[in-house]
Structures are given as structure tokens and as C-alpha cells.
Design a protein around this ligand. Structure first.
Ligand SMILES: [Zn+2]
Length: 331
């Protein structure tokens, strides 16, 4: 195989697989959006908006993956013994780049951002941000209701400077105190360094995966284990990817229990910085009700699949914290 075909052939192979996966997913996405979500009155998207979303996201996906896989294959070809380190560096750099450009370049392709419709609430948000060490550069609402009735809030930005984004659906469902409580929870994740730990875990995991890929792919070892010694390097990485997704499912309960621990910590943080901790409980209850989330899943199901503790447990913990604060003898 010529040096060009290793990079070009490999990249086209990945793009072909990605395109096939996207096309195969279309009927499932149509069914999910226009049948399941429609049945429970979540869907608000139109056929033309759905189509434009699919086209834009597919183009971005192909462009990003095409560039990334061509660069990775070039590194593999030119540094046969150390590519796992360079490819890892490339993945980390790409992830950081996406974090920086996403809010300015990618999100505006899909959403419209505007100042929030409740000026009093914006003042309260800025007070909360200042009291918890955040510099709120912009507070915006996003027109999520054009697609669905699901609600959310998030913030982006590196360091203390944050852009706070609220879904317009969230603003319709919650009163001011409840919006502040939800944001306080999100700020809790930042103040308690959960986002940094998750990013670090991702960086470390990708280093381990890169090194394992190097060890299992050299000398065609993986292809021989699967009984296909003649297949290309790019095809072998697909086998490796399958093994990785198997390992990820095995590790899922562990990752989810770590995430639930973070959620409990962020709830406790929020209760400590807002005036009305019961607003967090009512916000969580309203969001669960509007999302038709099941409040008390079986403990085994929650342990394996849930990244957040069950609603009943969170509300009990908030009530217990308030009880402890109003009854000093119990502290
Ligand atoms: Zn959370």
C-alpha cells in the first residue's frame, strides 16, 4: 500500500462507515422525534428544521472526522513507534479546540441566542454568579422550544468567565427562585471541580486507549485474534473500537456512581448558596414531571444506568439538609 493510500484510503473508509451509520440512524431518529416524542407532546420540530439539522450536523461530523482521521493516520504512518502519544495529543488538542469554538461557531448554526426575557431574573443570576466566584460575561436564553419541550441550563467558558445559557423551555416551566436553584446546582459542579475531574478522566482514558491501541494493533495482532490477518489497519481499528465499547459498557456502573456522587455534592452546594433550598426540590420535581422521568427506578437499574440519583432520593436529601439547618440539635 502506498503512503497516500494509507492516509487517503483509511480516511475514506472511516467516512464511509460514518455516513452509513448516519443514514442507518435516520429511520430511528425519525421514529424517535415524530412518533415517540410526538406521542408524549415533547416534539415541536418541523420536518424542514429536522432535515436542516440532519444535513448540517452530518456535514460537520464528516468534516471534523475527515480532518481528524487523516491527521491521525498521517501520524501513525510517520511515527510507527510513538504514534499513540501523538494521536493522544491530537485528540486532546481537538477536544480543547471544540470547547473553545463550540459556543461561538457551532451552537449559532443551530440555535438563536438572545437576552433573557425576565430582567429581574438576570439581575438575580448575576448576583448568584458574583457570590459564587463566577464572572457572568453573558446571560442568554436559547430558542430550544423550536425543537422540543425538554428543558435545560448550562454554562460555557474557560476559567471564571462564564457564559450562562438558559433554555426558553426552562424559563417557561420554572419561577425565578427555581431557575436560580438549578443554576446554583450547575455552579456547584464548577466550584467543586467536577468538570475538571471529568475532563482529566477523559484525557487519561484516551491516553490508555491510545497506548492499548498501539499494543494490540502492531504486527496485525488484533486482526490475527479475529482470524482476519489480511485486513487493513483502518479496519483493525474498527475491531479495536468494538472492544472499547464493550469495556465502556462494563465500566458504566462505575462511571455512573461517580456521576451520582457529583450530583449529590452539587445539590448540597446549591442548598448552601440559595435563599430557598426548597426551590431546588420543586425545580427538580417540575423538570422530572415535564420530562416524564420515572421518580423511583429500581435500585439495580439506577445503579447501572442512571447518571443522576433518583428524584425521590434527591428531594429527601434536600429536605434532610433543611431539617438539619433549622434544628441545630441534629447537626
Ligand atoms: Zn448536575
Amino acid at each position: 500500500m502506498g503512503p497516500e493510500s494509507f492516509v487517503l484510503g483509511g480516511s475514506l473508509f472511516y467516512l464511509g462507515l460514518l455516513l452509513a451509520k448516519t443514514v442507518l440512524n435516520i429511520p430511528f431518529d425519525l421514529y424517535r422525534t415524530f412518533s415517540i416524542e410526538e406521542r408524549y407532546q415533547f416534539n415541536t420540530t418541523s420536518a424542514s428544521l429536522w432535515l436542516s439539522d440532519v444535513l448540517k450536523s452530518t456535514l460537520l461530523l464528516l468534516l471534523g472526522n475527515g480532518l481528524l482521521s487523516a491527521a491521525a493516520l498521517w501520524l501513525i504512518q510517520n511515527s510507527p513507534d510513538w504514534w499513540w502519544l501523538w494521536v493522544w495529543g491530537l485528540l486532546v488538542a481537538f477536544t480543547l479546540l471544540l470547547m473553545v469554538i463550540s459556543s461561538r461557531l457551532l451552537e449559532p448554526l443551530f440555535f438563536t441566542f438572545s437576552p433573557i426575557s425576565r430582567p429581574d431574573l438576570e439581575a438575580q443570576i448575576r448576583r448568584l454568579a458574583a457570590s459564587t466566584g463566577i464572572i457572568a460575561t453573558r446571560v442568554r436564553q436559547v430558542d430550544a422550544s423550536r425543537r422540543s419541550r425538554h428543558a435545560n441550563a448550562y454554562f460555557t467558558g474557560l476559567g471564571r468567565q462564564k457564559r450562562i445559557v438558559l433554555f426558553d423551555t426552562l424559563l417557561r416551566q420554572l419561577n425565578d427562585h427555581e431557575v436560580i436553584a438549578v443554576l446554583a446546582h450547575e455552579i456547584g459542579h464548577w466550584r467543586l471541580h467536577h468538570l475538571r475531574w471529568r475532563l482529566l478522566l477523559g484525557v487519561l482514558a484516551s491516553l490508555i486507549v491510545s497506548a492499548l491501541a498501539f499494543l494490540t494493533l502492531r504486527n496485525n495482532s488484533l486482526a490475527q485474534w479475529f482470524g482476519h490477518p489480511q485486513i487493513s489497519f483502518a479496519a483493525q481499528t474498527v475491531y479495536f473500537g468494538l472492544l472499547c465499547s464493550l469495556a465502556a459498557s462494563i465500566l458504566r456502573p462505575l462511571i455512573n456512581s461517580w456521576s451520582r456522587h457529583h450530583e449529590r455534592q452539587a445539590d448540597r452546594f446549591a442548598c448552601g448558596v440559595i435563599e430557598q433550598p426548597q426551590s431546588l426540590a420543586s425545580a427538580l420535581a417540575k423538570m422530572a414531571e415535564n420530562n416524564l422521568s420515572f421518580p423511583c427506578p429500581h435500585p439495580l437499574f439506577a445503579w447501572v444506568y442512571c447518571s443522576h440519583p433518583p428524584l425521590s432520593e434527591r428531594i429527601k436529601a434536600i429536605a434532610a439538609k433543611r431539617q438539619n439547618e433549622t434544628d441545630p440539635a441534629r447537626c
